[in-house]
Ligand binder design. Structure first.
Ligand code: HEC
Ligand code: HEC
Length: 450
């Protein structure tokens, strides 16, 4: 079977036949009228004949078509014939000019390309940061933003409920040029799963946890006016030990790509008790669409033309002030790993990723996203992520073991929240590290790709 079994040329022929019959009819009409054109039929008295009908004393003279009208008609018919020779329309005949709407579009795109190419060439030599400062790049970026982005992020890019503000330097998915470019090119899906509907999680519990969330807020006025101490006390356990810390982290500051910062008083879904309870009970599934098909095209040699994507990235990058960027601690260099300080940090050493924790902490360090991403890449290659928790020999052994376990679980939940299949994860019993290492060395979770 081939596709022609499914399409028939019946309609092509049908239309061609109608056209031919119409043209024959028109030509006949022309010929039949041409002799008479301009010459009126007169009776014996030289009077113009009437059509022979009469209505309330009004008669119609049998005057011929005026010449100008007749020739206009001839021109129209000739135009019609010429059109069907040059352009598609006559059945399946494509027209001698080979015109298609695609060709026309391509030609227009080529013209636009020729117009913008010198600009694009200039931008190609610039970094995203430089382009973000360049007035011409900003102008083109603003245009692209108005075309593709304002319906969700708003003309001032400040967003609205569910659509993030792009000017505030608070990033769900990262505010460095590579992260922004990745967000725009491939889109992002933000998922906070719903916790309501379970007997073990009634609305009252959600309200308690919401108040605990308020208590984490770094704005003292907000915190004192919102957080009810009794509810905070009841909500703490669920946040810190049961559910929320795995993504939003024990300090509530979240982790780029995993879950938003709940302490910064920037709210994607609203800050009222009702809003936050709603988030906890109903969850959110929030899609930023992928713009690859609109902003990335192919060059003639088949390579990718990223000019538009880069301009768009630079425009978004330029919307916020990146002074704050220096703040989050970057992943520690392996060289510094020998003596981790009493702080959360993360180190990638080949197939082993080491998450270090400050005393008593189970927060993943701010730079963990990249480390988690490298584990996810390993799992995607078919490897297994083996998670082991370690603790130091000082203090209460049972408590240490519990904390080591929770830290390992925090890493496990983070991986699962990022979409890693539980069957690719193996959780090992906590171990005590003794001997050479310092205590800071010992407070760690290791993920080994096997
Ligand atoms: C259909 C609505 C929609 C359109 C159109 C849209 N976005 Fe988004 N965008 C979203 C949503 C929803 C999110 C948040 C996803 C989440 O919750 O994780 C988002 C997130 C983002 C982020 C990440 C913000 C952060 O905090 O990390 C960037 C950057 C972004 N959009 C840029 C753009 C650009 C540039 C365009 C135009 C090319 C665009 N968006 C068009 C809905 C949209
Ligand atoms: C599996 C990871 C995960 C867990 C567990 C989780 N969250 Fe979330 N949470 C998210 C993500 C991701 C978002 C952002 C959703 C989006 O992009 O729209 C979010 C959003 C929120 C928001 C909205 C923030 C804003 O700016 O408006 C609140 C509040 C919140 N979570 C509270 C909680 C609480 C309380 C718990 C525990 C009951 C919890 N989350 C558990 C991942 C998680």
């Amino acid at each position: 079977m081939n596709t022609s079994d499914f399409t028939s040329n019946f309609w092509d022929i049908y239309i061609a036949v109608i056209l031919i019959v119409s043209f024959i009819g028109l030509v006949w009409l022309l010929v039949s009228q041409s002799k008479a054109a301009g010459k009126a039929k007169r009776d014996a008295n030289g009077q113009v004949e009437t059509m022979g009908h009469e209505w309330d004393g009004i008669e119609e003279f049998n005057n011929p078509l005026p010449r100008w009208w007749f020739y206009l008609f001839v021109i129209t018919v000739l135009f019609g014939i010429a059109y069907f020779i040059l352009y598609p329309g006559f059945g399946s005949f494509k027209g001698v000019k080979g015109w298609t709407s695609h060709n026309q579009y391509d030609a227009e795109m080529k013209a636009a390309q020729a117009h913008y190419q010198p600009l694009y060439n200039k931008f190609a030599g610039m970094s995203i940061e430089q382009m973000a400062q360049d007035p011409e790049a900003k102008a083109v970026g603003q245009n692209l933003f108005n075309t593709y982005c304002i319906q969700c992020h708003g003309s001032d890019a400040k967003g609205t409920k569910g659509f993030p503000d792009l000017t505030d330097n608070d990033w769900l998915w990262g505010g460095d040029p590579e992260s922004i470019q990745e967000t725009i090119r491939n889109g992002r899906l933000g998922v906070m799963q719903p916790y309501g509907g379970l007997d073990s999680f009634p609305e009252e519990t959600a309200r308690d946890v919401a108040h605990y969330v308020f208590s984490l807020n770094e704005d003292a006025d907000f915190k004192s006016s919102r957080a009810n101490p009794e509810r905070v006390a009841r909500g703490q356990d669920i946040f810190q030990n049961q559910i929320c810390f795995t993504c939003h982290q024990a300090d509530g500051k979240g982790l780029v790509t995993l879950a938003p910062d709940l302490t910064d008083n920037i709210w994607l879904w609203g800050s009222s008790e009702k809003d936050v309870v709603n988030t906890i009970i109903k969850g959110h599934t929030n899609q930023m669409p992928a713009w690859e098909n609109f902003l990335v095209s192919k060059n003639e040699d088949g390579s990718e033309d990223l000019s538009k994507l880069r301009i768009m990235t630079a425009y978004v990058y330029g919307l916020s002030d990146h002074a704050k960027d220096a703040a989050p601690a970057p992943a520690a260099e392996p060289a510094a790993a020998a003596e981790p300080a009493d702080a959360d940090s993360v180190v990638v050493e080949g197939d082993v990723v080491k998450f270090y924790f400050a005393t008593g902490s189970k927060n993943l360090a701010a730079g963990s996203s990249d480390a988690l991403a490298s584990i996810i890449a390993g799992v995607a290659e078919g490897k297994k992520a083996v998670i082991s928790g370690y603790h130091d020999p000082t203090g209460d052994a049972a408590q240490n073991e519990q904390l080591a376990k929770e830290r390992a679980q925090a890493v496990e939940s983070a991986l699962m929240a990022l979409g890693v299949d539980p069957s690719s994860i193996e959780l090992k019993k906590p171990e005590v590290t003794e001997g050479d290492g310092t205590n800071a060395q010992a407070r760690r979770v290791e993920v080994t790709l096997q």
